[in-house]
Design a binder for this molecule. Structure first.
Ligand SMILES: Cc1ncc(COP(=O)(O)O)c(C=O)c1O
Length: 405
């Protein structure tokens, strides 16, 4: 399949290019010292991660430790309550630790082990990436420092406790808005001092090359599994695939399985409280081109051109930019990016719980809400939603803010 001069038959060989660019997006805008560290990771990725030893060890881990493949569930009651379109979910909530994040964490930590590193460092928003990395670090016997904004520490207390139980050191970040962006800043700063013995394990398809590529590749297991499972279940491909987009890792992994297919792809960003800057985190919808955290992408900026304050009910989605590959896929028209607000998300959260017995993560509830809207609009066909995680971590926050509906 070809679209705007992009050949999807050979897409994964060409995107990103050797310098880490997806068209004009991506790259590596960092200090020379960090550049050396990225070069080391990049070289290790192409030698170690492509070796049959690494691949077979990762496959074994996915099967025996993570519990992969995760299933696809048909949402019969929900689909029927809406109309004639069929809604399915890919159950990343059933991946060990309760979200897709473990897919790239096990890959990154295994790479750290092969590279002889002693420590993994990362940021976290909702705490899912932090828990996943702390899990991977415990599995491989690595030290683990997780940087987290104080706002998110308060909102996601169960995940903070889980990280600590798993042996990670949770470092509180108090400056600025004290959420995900500041946590990334702090984690990068720490990494620039420790890169000889540590490896940075970014939480999404973000950051300088090679992270957007590496995280996408580790997450592509979701899309590859989903494509095979869906065709086995139904005898055909879904008409549409939907995933929420914070940094974009679950969406990138899911879409990777369907980019070369006649399947409509939808990325869902958080509209939060509304369209005013500061009330949402929908960078691909409202942002402009800019460089942040070492990569060029679309981002939300304030009047000084700096990353703008963002908001979403979902801690894992409130980031002022998105991965460079998403900016590229948006520009060439392969993926449509749209928005869902807080209220629609909370409705979907309770609806999915009550009708299907699945409590979704608030991040994933954005994708569910969009899948429900799409089902109503299309009135036929099949929609596959990536249920990126489960809602246990959100219980306290939802009950306190919205009560039980
Ligand atoms: C369950 C869940 N889904 C989605 C996301 C968003 O991240 P990404 O866009 O990288 O998939 C997060 C982030 O913490 C998450 O915890």
């Amino acid at each position: 399949m070809k679209l705007n001069n992009v050949d999807f038959d050979t897409y994964f060989k060409n995107y990103p290019n050797e310098q880490g660019f997806f068209g004009k997006y991506g790259g590596s805008y960092i200090s020379p010292d960090l550049q050396k560290a990225m070069q080391e990771i990049n070289e290790a990725y192409f030698t170690i991660c492509k070796s049959s030893k690494f691949i077979s060890e990762l496959r074994k881990i996915r099967k025996e430790f993570q519990g992969r493949p995760t299933p696809i569930s048909y949402l019969e009651r929900l689909s029927k309550s809406i109309g004639n379109a069929q809604i399915y979910v890919k159950r990343e909530d059933l991946n060990h630790t309760g979200a897709h994040k473990l897919n790239h964490c096990m890959g990154e930590a295994l790479l750290a082990k092969y590279m002889g590193k002693k420590k993994v460092i990362a940021e976290t928003g909702a705490g899912q990436h932090g828990v996943a990395l702390a899990t991977a670090a415990a599995y491989f016997g690595l030290e683990c420092d997780i940087y987290m904004g104080s706002v998110d520490i308060k909102k996601q207390a169960p995940n903070v406790a889980r990280m600590k139980i798993l042996g990670a050191n949770v470092v509180e970040v108090t400056h600025g808005l004290a959420t995900l962006k500041e946590a990334v800043d702090a984690a990068f700063e720490a990494y620039s001092k420790e890169y000889k013995t540590a490896i940075y394990c970014i939480g999404s398809v973000l950051g300088p090359h090679p992270f957007p590529m590496m995280v996408r590749d580790f997450q592509s297991v979701v899309g590859i599994e989903a494509r095979a499972q869906f065709t086995e279940m139904t005898g055909e491909l879904p008409d549409a695939v939907v995933a929420c987009v914070g940094g974009g890792s679950n969406a990138a992994g899911m879409f990777a399985g369907f980019l070369n297919d006649p399947v409509d792809l939808y990325g869902v960003e958080p509209l939060g409280r509304g369209e005013k800057l500061g009330d949402h985190a929908a960078s691909l919808k409202f942002g402009t081109e800019g460089i942040m955290h070492g990569f060029n992408s679309i981002m939300l900026k304030d009047e000084n051109g700096e990353p703008a304050p963002v908001y979403s009910v979902a801690s894992g989605l409130d980031y002022p930019s998105s991965g460079p590959e998403h900016a590229f896929l948006r520009d060439i028209g392969r993926v449509k990016y749209d928005v869902i607000n807080d209220e629609e998300t909370i409705d979907a959260f309770f609806t999915l719980s009550k009708m299907e017995g699945i409590i979704p993560a608030i991040e994933s509830a954005h994708a569910v809400a969009y899948g429900m809207k799409l089902a109503k609009k299309l009135g036929k066909g099949s929609i596959l939603v990536n249920l990126s995680g489960r809602g246990d971590k959100d219980m306290d926050y939802i009950i306190e803010k919205y009560g039980i509906r």
